[in-house]
Design a protein around this ligand. Sequence first.
Ligand SMILES: C[S@@+](CC[C@H](N)C(=O)[O-])C[C@H]1O[C@@H](n2cnc3c(N)ncnc32)[C@H](O)[C@@H]1O
Length: 287
Amino acid sequence: MTPASPEQFKDAVRQAWDASASGWNQQTPAIRNWLAAPTATLLDEAQIGPGMRVLDIAAGAGDQTLDIARRVGEGGRVLATDISPAILQFASENARGAGLPQVQTQVCDAEDLLPGETGFDAAVCRLGLMLCPNPLGALRQMHRVLRPGGHAAVLVFSEPQRNPCIGILMTTACRHAGLAPRDPLTPGGLLSLGKPGLLQDYFSQAGFTDVATERMQAPFQLPSARDYLHFVRTSASPIVQILGHLNPEAREAAWADMEEQLEVFQLPEGWEGPNELLLAHGMRPLG
Ligand SMILES: C[S@@+](CC[C@H](N)C(=O)[O-])C[C@H]1O[C@@H](n2cnc3c(N)ncnc32)[C@H](O)[C@@H]1O
């Protein structure tokens, strides 16, 4: 079940996101509601303004791409990139539908960014870097494509205990699938960059200066735990893949078990799953 090489891992990631591209795109209103405030801060820290040329890495269906496009305006340019052609197609269509011709798209791996391209004013990555088996390599690529003085900013999940819903999902899925619990810090996993200090360290090692990291609360608010599970089931979550090996009855039993545990986060006014994100940012030095 464990891919043998980083390339096999990325092939599996690409296939998973191709398969769930439509589901992720349909969840855009919920994702927007969940991530609106952290996204605004992400774009502030990347110092994105009118007329800039910005690279959006692991752009998905382009929710944050559209925000960037509005900030740079008609005189700017946003290049949205992703490893999954199917999800990037949604980003392209969504930009066209929103009347934002300054958005272009290009399929590419974050660890092998746009060979030969440089000079971007800013580069951002929202909830994508932790899925790279070599996140330091991806940050080095971000550094390479920026102009001197350009800014990079990245959002990832923080440590496991501050993202308990993901922990419940992973532990329960592994137990039902008869698998040993996974180390949440394994490279490429959802919580893999949550270890305190790790992302900050990687930014410095990649050559960025003025590096800073801040924690951001991003509770997922939905009517019920079942709605959250619907979101998980329609995304390329590893949970879906872990349970994919079970027969339908066993799979439904696993989802029901998760739902029961997640109901602990039900409030009178609705369901609120705690989530904490890390926002790290830095500048490519001028010299
Ligand atoms: C959780 S989604 C986030 C999408 C979008 N940034 C958002 O916040 O809505 C993760 C995205 O990372 C992309 N991705 C995963 N590994 C990647 C890699 N090595 N290079 C580029 N994109 C990658 C996936 O295809 C997917 O679109």
